[in-house]
Design a protein around this ligand. Structure first.
Ligand code: ATP
Ligand code: MG
Length: 234
């Protein structure tokens, strides 16, 4: 079974003359276990699609099945449960809580629910920052903060990790490091990854690329030979 099966998703924001069609009939099946990149220009509907995939927003029309479960008609409380059980989210801005240490940020996220024993520590090890567990966000670099936010997202072992421009705020070298961490998680923990970017070059690391324009999918293709982040330049 596919991870996602999406049928004719439409998302309209606003009313009357202020209406914006952020998604205009998006249909696609997304296989599990893959590194999927969603590529498109600003305003093409990437974040809107990701938010609906993650149960953070609901479509105006259309259906979305996750692991066979139709989440498009879920109530808010059902969606919250769905997110806690299945979804890890990484944003461009790391959204760490300044008064909590790295370890506490990973342990106490409201989106996490119950963690497996040592889940937070294992996640920090996975992103290479276990030694920094007692440091506060202000004591960490941007790339390190993003790695903590990735640890927070993977600590509960989500089925899918949704990443909205996770390297957007980082310099080139740090961005490569983050992409390496994400590839590692995809390979070692078989976590499905869906990552948004506007960079054609970052898309070269993907197993599958979904191209969007004006709220529509204009192309989907598999990379015959995905590159390692170390080979990519942008
Ligand atoms: N809450 C909202 N209310 C009204 N319009 C919105 C809202 N969120 C998004 N939009 C509009 O929907 C369209 C798609 O937005 P979206 O954020 O999905 O694009 P994006 O591809 O993620 O762009 P970017 O690369 O700049 O992040 C845009 O025209 C945007 O202005
Ligand atoms: Mg966006």
């Amino acid at each position: 079974m596919n991870l996602y099966e999406i049928k004719n998703l439409v998302k309209v924001y606003g009313e009357k003359e202020n209406k914006v069609h952020a998604l205009n009939g998006v249909s696609i099946n997304i296989p599990r276990g893959k590194f999927v990149v969603v590529l498109g220009a600003s305003g093409s509907g990437k974040s809107t699609l990701l938010n609906i995939l993650g149960g953070m927003d609901t479509p105006t029309e259309g259906e979305i099945f996750f692991d066979g479960e139709n989440i498009s008609k879920h109530t808010q409380s059902k969606l919250t449960k769905f997110r806690k059980e299945n979804i890890g989210y990484v944003f461009q801005s790391y959204n760490l809580l300044p008064n909590l240490t790295a370890l506490e940020n990973v342990e106490f996220s409201t989106e996490i629910g119950k963690l497996p024993k040592d889940g937070a520590k294992n996640a920090l090890t996975m992103v290479g920052l276990f030694e920094r567990k007692d440091h506060y966000p202000a004591e960490l670099s941007g790339g390190e903060q993003q790695r903590i936010s990735i640890a927070r997202a993977i600590a509960k072992k989500p089925k899918v990790l949704l990443c909205d421009e996770p390297t957007g705020a980082l310099d080139y070298k740090t961005g490569i490091m983050i992409l390496n961490v994400l590839c590692d998680i995809n390979k070692k923990q078989s976590t499905s990854i869906i990552l948004i970017t506007h960079s054609q070059d970052i898309a070269k690391i993907a197993d599958v690329v979904i191209k969007m324009r004006s709220g529509k999918i204009i192309d989907v293709f598999e990379n015959p030979a995905p590159q390692s982040p170390n080979e990519v330049e942008w």
